[in-house]
Design a protein. Structure first.
Length: 155
């Protein structure tokens, strides 16, 4: 089964966005610096079979998450269960959930199921344990809030 090149590029952009957001959290660099560093790294490193990230989606995601981190943390925190807080999450998981929440809220052109599935796939790229399930559950709860029109219609 071949994957649509633009779909593969969007998937690669989501994965790259998590790497950029993680770098920002670990090093304190700005979103623009981290995006520039990411582009330079991709130019230098062989890509193998990985698609070139969709630079527009990558930039939108990183800038969107950066601009709305406090709002996204409230949303994600409200969707976590038990005594979990956004601060307790591991940094990569926090980046995935913030970015997934941002896309659910900001990119209505991405169908809810596709959006959640894509971010669960990103989680699978980093984790083999329960984390992808957590990403699925949190984003599903957020979709009930952020995509009430689409989710309510079974979308």
């Amino acid at each position: 089964m071949s994957v649509n090149p633009s779909v593969a590029r969007r998937s690669a952009a989501r994965l790259a966005a998590v790497q950029v957001l993680y770098q920002m959290e670990m090093t304190g660099v700005s979103d623009e610096q981290a995006l520039s560093d990411s582009k330079a790294r991709r130019t230098e490193e062989p890509r193998g079979r990985m698609a070139e990230p969709d630079s527009s989606l990558l930039g939108q995601t990183v800038r969107g998450v950066t601009a709305e981190t406090a709002k996204l943390d409230l949303l994600v925190g409200g969707a976590l269960t038990g005594d979990w807080t956004v601060e307790r999450l591991e940094a990569v998981l926090r980046a995935i959930l913030r970015a997934g929440a941002w896309e659910l809220g900001a990119r209505v052109q991405t169908p809810t199921r596709v959006c959640i599935s894509e971010w669960v796939d990103v989680a699978h790229a980093f984790y083999s344990g329960p984390e992808p399930g957590l990403v699925n559950a949190v984003l599903d709860r957020l979709a009930q809030i952020l995509r009430v029109e689409e989710v309510g219609k079974g979308g």
